[in-house]
Write a protein that binds this ligand. Structure first.
Ligand code: C2E
Ligand code: MG
Ligand code: MG
Ligand code: MG
Length: 275
């Protein structure tokens, strides 16, 4: 067990070398109680317009702070939550929390144009996603056009009724983004039928954009695809000025990444971006 104190006073969780199964079971048990114990919280990562640096939105990213394990990263607990079905409950909590936060920022004088929330494939399988999102928008009072839902290519391709649900969400007035675009296998013909507004270029193509000709070619192709399909394109994982300049030169106007800001607590966002 990792017990070293990390940044922000959080201890970072790393599994022991042995007993993977036991570890997993323990995590799952703890995970199921995490919401009632108030251990989950959201961080928000700014999305900006590259040429002006203007805040165009934020992505909500869930965090789990366990009293013994410390801060457990989403890559360790989201798959567990998906396997156990807990993701439905967690996903609803994230959605409601994110929408409430938008209303709170506004009350404090900061209008964040939109909030992006990640959806898991399991939230679609239950068949209640459209009603759930509609209920949360009504309860929180957030205008639907200010909510963007992020889905992956595999969610779209592997969910039987994906088109039906996505049409239903679109009808509510929320927008849809395809996350990690380029890493899955989606059919462009299928994509064309989807009322999707945004493509998010995956971080893996941005990372070595200056050294790797393939990554460069892929990023440019996605930007072109977005242009010809009339979609906005945002690059994930932008860490340097050079990457941002490259994107702008090739017609990608929006970015998200450590170069602009790490995911932060709501008050940090407020203080940094308040006009
Ligand atoms: P994602 O949706 O693709 O989110 C972007 C991830 O990249 C975040 O990791 C973010 O912190 C990280 N990131 C952003 N900019 C940079 C950068 O410049 N450099 C690097 N190295 N990383 C950057 P995080 O928060 O650990 O989340 C990982 C994944 O977990 C997310 O990937 C998403 O798939 C999933 N996730 C997070 N929150 C939720 C949630 O509420 N629901 C669901 N279903 N999945 C979530
Ligand atoms: Mg995302
Ligand atoms: Mg992503
Ligand atoms: Mg990604």
């Amino acid at each position: 067990q990792a017990k070293a104190r990390g940044r922000n006073g959080y201890r970072f969780y790393a599994p022991s070398m042995t007993g993977e199964g036991v570890e997993r079971l323990r995590l799952e048990t703890w995970l199921r109680r995490s919401l009632e114990k108030d251990e989950m919280f959201l961080n928000y990562q700014p999305q900006v317009e590259i040429d002006t640096g203007r805040l165009i939105g934020v992505e909500a990213l869930v965090r789990w702070n366990h009293p013994e394990l410390g801060l457990v990263p989403p890559v360790r607990f989201i798959p567990l939550a998906e396997d156990s079905g807990f993701i439905s409950q967690l996903g609803e909590w994230v959605l409601a929390q994110a929408c409430r936060q938008m209303v709170r920022w506004e009350a404090a004088g900061l209008v964040v144009p939109k909030i992006a929330v990640n959806l898991s494939v399991r939230q679609f399988e239950r068949g209640t996603i459209v009603r759930t999102v509609g209920d949360i928008l009504r309860e929180t009072g957030l205008a639907p056009h200010r909510l963007q839902l992020e889905v992956t290519e595999s969610l779209i391709m592997n969910t039987g009724d994906a088109l039906q649900y996505i049409n239903g969400l679109h009808a509510l007035g929320v927008s849809l983004a395809i996350d990690d675009f380029g890493t899955g296998y989606s059919s462009l013909a299928y994509l064309k039928q989807m009322p999707v507004q945004t493509l998010k270029i995956d971080r893996s193509f941005i990372k070595d954009i200056h050294e790797d000709a393939n990554d460069e070619a892929i990023a440019i192709a996605i930007i072109q695809l977005g242009k010809s399909m009339n979609l906005s394109v945002i690059a994930e994982g932008v860490e340097t000025d050079e990457q941002a300049a490259f994107l702008l030169r090739h017609g990608c106007k929006q970015a998200q990444g450590y170069f602009y800001s790490r995911p932060v607590m709501p008050d940090d966002l407020l203080h940094r971006w308040l006009p």
